[in-house]
Design a binder for this molecule. Structure first.
Ligand code: DGI
Ligand code: FE
Ligand code: FE
Length: 204
């Protein structure tokens, strides 16, 4: 991506996010760029996906629902109970229609950045992890450990994040989206099979 295109995208996103969210967006973009460099993913794709991952985050819940309903997207019971979860799906739609992203991998990374999904692509995992470990995040437990792991074993970092997120959601009595639970199970099984068969087919 040309520097002028990136600066245009940055300007556009700064218009639809409050300053705190915009700081987070920039941090996710450069954290994703570093993970991309570490794992051999396109740095450009990582930066664009990072810049756009929360492009729908500052929209009101009614707007998120109306975008998803108008586009005939499937909305789960959990999403009806917590419509803010839809900022990922709605963000994917806006990335395509408003910000003219055509790359499916980038769009998927935006779509799945909140719950993850089983068998994520490298870029999807990079955005999922960057969102959680960007330097502005302060709250999560064992954040230092997750940050170190992110650059050594990306699948393990995905698992740790899901584990801590599910614990936090359970402790706070929040609704849990099935995809979050399924993603956790998938990465738990993957990491277990790597432990039992190191270097086997589970290794990526
Ligand atoms: O948009 P961000 O705040 O940068 O990050 P995000 O899109 O990952 O959203 C973070 C929140 O989403 C965090 O508080 C955990 C929550 N979340 C993830 N999976 C689920 C969930 N919340 C509920 N209620 N249910 C889920 O399954
Ligand atoms: Fe988000
Ligand atoms: Fe985010």
């Amino acid at each position: 991506m040309k520097p002028s295109e990136l600066s245009k995208l940055r300007k556009e996103i700064s218009k639809v996010q409050d300053s705190k969210r915009f700081e987070h967006t920039l941090s996710v973009a450069y954290t994703a760029a570093n993970l991309a460099a570490c794992y051999g993913e396109s740095i450009d794709h990582a930066v664009v996906a990072g810049m756009l991952h929360d492009c729908a985050k500052c929209l009101p819940e009614e707007k998120l629902l109306s975008i998803c309903e108008t586009q005939h997207m499937e909305i789960s019971q959990e999403e009806y109970m917590k419509p803010s979860l839809l900022h990922a799906k709605a963000g994917c739609y806006l990335a395509e229609k408003k910000y003219h992203i055509v790359n499916r991998n980038i769009l998927n990374a935006i779509h799945n950045h909140t719950t993850g999904r089983p068998d994520m692509s490298l870029l999807e995992k990079i955005i999922f992890v960057a969102d959680y470990i960007e330097p502005g995040r302060r709250q999560a437990p064992r954040l230092e450990q997750v940050r170190r792991t992110a650059f050594a074993d990306l699948d393990q970092a995905v698992l740790m994040i899901l584990e801590d997120t599910l614990k936090y959601l359970r402790d706070s009595g929040s609704v849990i989206e099935q995809t979050t639970q399924k993603t956790y199970q998938y990465y738990k099984d993957m990491q277990n099979s790597k432990q039992h068969f190191p270097g086997g087919h589970g290794e990526t």
